[in-house]
Design a binder for this molecule. Structure first.
Ligand code: 5GP
Length: 171
């Protein structure tokens, strides 16, 4: 499988830092503590780099583990393998996703998380694919890309390529 670089390491790092600043700006006059929810496994590096760049906020961590893909196509079914273990009720929740394609994964997660009645609910995604009209309101977006299957920086094909330090695509 040939992988081509789409977003190099330096560009990634720079944009993630900018995103962290945009996000901090939003919370500035609202709260000093947020509850960031990482969607595993793909968001692991984005989540980590993002929160490490937030110097002015206390950040609580929660993790959700879901899977829907097999190979390079969505199965359309979402499997929730583990769920948040702390309450987000009345909190400033920031949901951190790696990539939004059809939006099905996010729609599913958002529907359930909102039942806890967080005080505020925002979504950040590193990548938004512009192929589908996914219908999920994204508050912060790192990069917009077309119809490519991406790997690296957490994204995989059958559990491979997650530890590439850049985002590439499969040719
Ligand atoms: P959606 O439910 O929006 O179609 O897809 C969301 C999930 O599918 C993402 O969290 C990610 O795990 C996976 N996914 C979507 N597009 C890609 C892609 O281009 N590459 C990889 N590796 N995973 C993707």
């Amino acid at each position: 499988m040939m992988i081509k670089v789409l977003i190099d390491e330096e560009t990634l790092k720079k944009r993630v830092k900018e995103l962290a600043q945009e996000i901090e700006e939003y919370y500035k006059d609202k709260t000093d503590t947020i509850h960031a929810v990482c969607i595993l496994k793909g968001s692991i590096h984005f989540f980590s780099d993002l929160v490490l760049n937030m110097r002015n906020l206390n950040v609580k961590y929660s993790f959700i583990h879901v899977s829907s893909y097999q190979g390079t196509s969505s199965t359309g079914r979402i499997r929730v393998k583990s769920w948040i273990d702390e309450s987000i009720h009345d909190e400033y929740v920031l949901l951190v996703e790696d990539i939004v394609d059809t939006g099905l994964t996010l729609q599913h997660i958002v529907r359930y998380l909102k039942k806890y009645n967080p005080r505020d609910f925002k979504i950040v995604t590193l990548i938004e694919k512009t192929v589908h009209d996914h219908g999920v309101p994204l508050d912060f977006v790192g990069f917009r890309v077309g119809d490519k299957f991406l790997v690296g920086y957490g994204l995989d094909v059958d559990e491979k390529f997650r530890n590439l330090p850049y985002i590439g695509y499969v040719e």
